[in-house]
Write a protein that binds this ligand. Structure first.
Ligand code: COA
Length: 158
């Protein structure tokens, strides 16, 4: 298994993984904001792969295909905010997914660690992410690696 930055050559493999994700009964991408639609998702993935500065897609793959992805959004602190924060470059891990058939083999942990190393080299000073409270597996993974809980997001649908 290798860990690397995805390129346009990985597009179809990534789309296959995203389709699996969308149909995964336990872990759908569908949130109350953006239900999965294949064409929209393909367009979004293509945009991510073409992005030069803002979005990075890292993957785990072998000869059999792509088994995991991490999608990261880079955020620069705007000049007028710089007086209020100690960092200049941060990143958000917006999506981590490991194919069901490859889970519990250490791939999620390795890909997350690879992501952190990759971003550090890139000059990123900290990484954050959001995780659903009921997602015990992901929470355990992030805690194991050293992420700490910062706040609970509350939502009230009107
Ligand atoms: C969460 C996810 C990425 C874990 O990937 P994985 O490759 O199976 O995880 P790993 O094998 O690397 O496990 C690393 C650690 O994660 C935690 N973990 C993973 N699966 C777990 C499970 N089923 N139950 C409890 N802890 C689990 C454990 O702490 C584990 O360490 P351990 O093996 O020493 O106990 C994977 O289950 C997934 O893709 N889930 C659906 C998408 C998702 O929830 N993404 C996160 C969004 S915030």
């Amino acid at each position: 298994m290798i860990f690397k930055k995805a390129t346009l050559k990985d597009f179809e493999g990534l789309c296959r993984l995203r389709k699996e994700l969308a149909n995964d009964p336990e872990d759908k991408i569908t949130t109350e904001y953006a239900p999965y639609q294949e064409e929209n998702d393909r367009a979004w993935i293509q945009k991510c792969l073409r992005s030069r500065q803002r979005i990075i897609v890292l993957i785990a793959k072998d000869a059999g295909g792509i088994y995991a992805h991490a999608i990261i959004c880079l955020e620069k602190v705007p000049r007028k905010m710089q007086a209020y924060v100690t960092y200049r470059k941060k990143a958000r891990l917006v999506h981590l997914y490991v194919s069901r058939k490859k889970r519990r083999q250490g791939i999620g942990e390795k890909l997350t660690k690879y992501t952190l190393k990759y971003l550090k080299k890139y000059g990123v000073q900290f990484v954050d992410l959001e995780c659903y409270m009921h997602n015990d597996k992901a929470a355990a993974l992030y805690h194991k690696i050293g992420f700490r809980d910062v706040y609970v997001l509350k939502r009230f649908p009107l």
